[in-house]
Design a protein around this ligand. Structure first.
Ligand code: ADP
Ligand code: MG
Length: 208
């Protein structure tokens, strides 16, 4: 479903980062492991179409991502990839459900409010549908971020360091939530982390 080949990136003033080839099949669950600064976020940005690599290619369902126009790329990302960022990026002036609806609109897809409500329900935050981001706890915000990442029924769900600021119990819950939501929604999963606690939950690992 997704493969990266001969990929490398060089930031303007940085060192060159090379990425081993990687194939992610449908619904597989992977950990992207590496020390801080090893290039995990860089790779996720490249796979998501947010950062053009200096070298190599990213194929998603046989489409070479970096041959697409900027507009097509945005659409493609919106439809195939759901991203849970390190810090939730929600629009503060919109309530939770409107934030979810917006994710569909941005990808040029029709709003499926029943689907969006069921995502909130599955994540046990249906009662927060009309709350605003400022009214939510960090844990609730993270759940909303996961729901929003799943709005467009992505083939791949990506989470960048989702547990780094959490205690053991909450870290466990977040990993359970991500693995089960990816499975229930038919998406592959990649979790980037340097958190050793996460290693027990997912068997496939890609090491940087
Ligand atoms: P990780 O997510 O594994 O901590 P990153 O992908 O964030 O690693 O960073 C990899 C390397 O690239 C680091 O040395 C970092 O300083 C550098 N880097 C990251 N982003 C930029 C940037 N926008 N410009 C220049 N260097 C960067
Ligand atoms: Mg990072």
């Amino acid at each position: 479903m997704i493969s990266i080949k001969s990929l490398a990136h060089l930031y303007d003033k940085g060192r060159r980062i090379s990425f081993p080839d990687w194939e992610i099949a449908e619904m597989e669950q992977w950990l992207l492991l590496g020390a801080s600064g090893s290039g995990k976020s860089t790779l996720l940005n490249i796979i998501s179409g947010l950062l053009k690599p200096s070298k190599g290619e990213v194929l998603i369902n046989h489409t070479d991502l970096y041959t697409l126009s900027a507009r097509k790329m945005d659409q493609f990302r919106g439809r195939h990839i759901g991203i849970v960022f390190q810090r939730p990026h929600l629009i503060r002036s919109l309530n939770v459900l409107d934030n979810l609806d917006l994710a569909a609109v941005m990808a040029g897809l029709p709003v499926d409010e029943a689907h969006n409500l069921s995502l909130l329900d599955n994540l046990h935050i249906a009662d927060l549908a009309h709350a605003f981001p400022d009214e939510l706890s960090q844990g609730q915000l993270q759940r909303v971020s996961v729901a929003r990442a799943l709005v467009n029924r992505p083939d791949l769900l990506i989470a960048d360091e989702p547990t780094s600021s959490l205690d053991d119990e909450n870290a466990n819950q977040v990993i359970q939530m991500l693995t089960s939501q990816a499975k229930d929604n038919g998406a592959a999963l990649v979790i980037a982390t340097h958190d050793q606690r996460v290693r027990n939950h997912i068997s496939k690992t890609y090491l940087l």
